[in-house]
Ligand binder design. Structure first.
Ligand code: ADP
Length: 593
């Protein structure tokens, strides 16, 4: 029996207990075989039959019929046998001449062959097991073969792993270099050029970059080859090779389905499309193409173009790894194009805004000039009449003339504000930085506005300033800021209120705090009041109100001198404006302003 194979995986007769162990001729035949032979059933390998030779070999006079076959084995054989039977039962294949036990162990070692018996439904039902005693040298050889086989397998696996690792490291390096090249510039044209140069890392390959406009027009942006001579040849195609809707590659193909497409057949004809231009056909044929791989360029779910990689070797197509790489390249290209476009848009917007702002400044500047001339003329004629040079003037007329005069001055002041602001914005204002004794400049400003405070019955604390404090600033500009801040304090503080000014300093900064007990500023407006034309109460139009430029000008002036201006306020209680300047070196403390 050991040499004549039983039924193997082919459908076999059911090894019926009765038939095998009973008096049938098959059973008698089995019983007298010199080869040890057993049959198990089910996944637990329950013994259903064991012939005399099997009983002899395993040393079990009464084999454990109905129990797992492992029970009739000594432990060192049992584990190996069960593992082998499990594999044969579940895997379904024949296990031939497998050794049980290990070399160098005491006692005989065994060699085992197992044939699974499969039912008509394809389920393994029984295992036929042949057992032989194996000579020691057989076992050693088998073990050596096992070890060699395992080592060989793991060496092969390692080689594959190493090859994979090397390939992915090469790929990562390539992508990193390409990524840097593509993202190298935010300029749209430079980025387009970078995208035109995209290629897969195979020498002799070339690429075609097509672009799809927002209005649906297709353009062939570039056809690039790494070899300069071939590039020159391909350069002759410019203008005569454009994407056509029926093309099977490039943007037209991606318009039909935006996913990578490989074409490996009749590539020359595919590239030429419907064109019959003999020069085009000749050049394409001369350059040669093995296969085409088109990947879409997609920006925010919009197809904006396609890159077609062309294999330069007639017999080389693209693998799934190439498709992945090409896809990565396309993604990076699309990202770079998107960033460049956004950047371009942002610059265009900025230029537009700047142009608009310049135009506005120019307009305001001209208007202010134009307004000042007639306003000055009005003032001049009012003076003429008021002095009686045009004839006698009644008391009532003097009063009216004074009113005209006040309004004319007010208008001139507003127009001057606008002019100042325009000059500031256009950088036309020059600062003459000098050492300014803070006490002096504050005293000068207070002297200017004192009559207004008296007129409105506002108290003030005098000038609380250490007279050794010196700032680095432009005297005229500091005056301008202070007068403006005092005017506001007077304007927004009801009669009977109080205005104060205090000075302090840190190592490098001089601080002036101009405080009032007026109507205050809501917290939400504390920053916006420094923007041009912003006023807290727009309805407060009247003779006294300005145009909302005073603070914008003051802050610009302060910052222009290296200082700053900010506000603090409690609504209904009062406001404090904090003006700062760089502190001058102490050696210059005696200098005047
Ligand atoms: P203008 O005084 O010409 O309106 P400003 O730029 O000087 O313009 O001031 C902007 C706005 O800030 C004022 O209209 C006013 O609402 C608010 N403001 C400025 N100073 C004070 C202050 N001391 N108290 C309350 N509100 C103020």
């Amino acid at each position: 029996m050991g040499h004549t194979e039983p039924g193997t995986r082919a459908r076999s007769t059911h090894p019926n207990d009765g038939e095998l162990s009973g008096g049938g001729s098959f059973a008698r035949y089995m019983e007298h075989l010199s080869t040890a032979f057993a049959v198990t059933e089910g996944a637990e390998h329950r013994l259903v039959y064991a012939n005399a030779a099997f009983r002899r070999l395993t040393g079990t006079a009464a084999p454990p019929i109905g129990r797992p076959i492992a029970d009739s084995f000594v432990e060192r054989h049992a584990d190996g046998l069960v593992a082998l039977l499990d594999r044969a039962f579940h895997g379904g294949g024949i296990a031939r001449d497998r050794h049980l036990g290990t070399a160098g162990e005491q006692g005989p070692s065994w060699c085992c062959t197992v044939w699974p018996q499969v039912s008509l439904e394809g389920e393994t039902e029984h295992l036929l097991i042949e057992l032989r005693e194996a000579p020691a040298e057989d076992l050693t050889l088998a073990l050596q073969r096992d070890v060699a086989e395992r080592m060989l397998l793991s060496a092969l696996r390692e080689r594959d792993l190493a090859r994979d690792a090397e390939a992915s490291s090469r790929r990562a390096t390539f992508l990193a270099v390409e990524g840097r090249r593509l993202a190298g510039s935010l300029d749209e044209e430079a980025t387009m050029r970078a995208v035109s140069g995209v290629s897969l890392p195979y020498s002799g390959d070339w690429s075609i970059v097509d672009i799809l406009d927002a209005d649906g027009a297709m353009h062939r942006l570039a056809v690039m080859h790494s070899d300069p001579a071939t590039q020159k040849l391909l350069g002759r195609l410019e203008g005569r090779w454009t994407p056509a809707l029926a093309d099977a590659f490039g943007v037209p193909a991606m318009l039909r389905h935006a996913r990578p497409t490989i074409i490996a057949d009749r590539v020359d004809a595919v590239l030429a499309g419907a064109s019959e231009d003999p020069e085009l056909l000749r050049i394409l044929h001369e350059v040669g193409a093995g296969a085409l791989l088109t990947v879409p360029l997609v920006i925010r779910e919009q197809l904006v173009g396609a890159i077609t990689f062309v294999s330069g070797q007639r017999d080389r197509s693209y693998t799934s790894e190439d498709v992945e790489l090409a896809r990565d390249l396309a993604t990076r290209s699309a990202l770079a194009l998107d960033s460049a476009r956004l950047h371009g848009d942002a610059i265009a917007l900025k230029v537009k805004a700047e142009t608009a702002s310049k135009a506005k400044s120019a307009f305001l500047g001209t208007m202010s000039h134009e307004l000042r001339t007639p306003l000055n003329a009005i003032g001049g004629y009012v003076d003429l009449i008021d002095m009686g040079l045009r004839g006698p003037v009644s008391e009532a007329q003097h009063t009216d003339l004074a009113r005209i005069r006040r309004n004319q001055r007010h208008l001139i002041a507003l127009v001057t504000d606008v002019l100042n602001f325009v000059r500031l914005g256009s950088g036309q204002l020059a600062y003459e930085a000098a050492d300014v004794v803070v006490h002096r400049v504050v005293a000068a400003a207070v002297a200017l506005v004192e009559p207004l405070m008296l007129e409105k019955r506002l108290a003030h604390d005098g000038v609380q300033c250490d007279d050794t404090l010196v700032a680095r600033a432009d005297w005229e500009r500091v005056m301008q800021i202070l007068v403006n801040l005092f005017s506001n304090a007077i304007k927004f503080t009801p009669a009977g209120g109080r205005i104060s000014i205090a000075c302090s300093a840190t190592d490098d900064t001089v601080l002036l705090r101009i405080a009032d007990t007026g109507i205050g500023i809501p917290p939400s407006k504390l920053e916006t009041i420094f923007e041009p034309f912003v006023q807290v109460r727009e309805g407060l139009a009247g003779r006294d109100t300005g145009v909302g430029l005073g603070l914008a000008i003051s802050r610009d002036l302060a910052r222009g001198m290296g200082g700053d201006l900010r506000a603090e306020s409690v609504e209904g209680k009062g406001s404090t404006f904090i003006l700062s300047f760089p502190r001058a070196g102490l050696a210059a403390a005696s200098a005047g302003g």
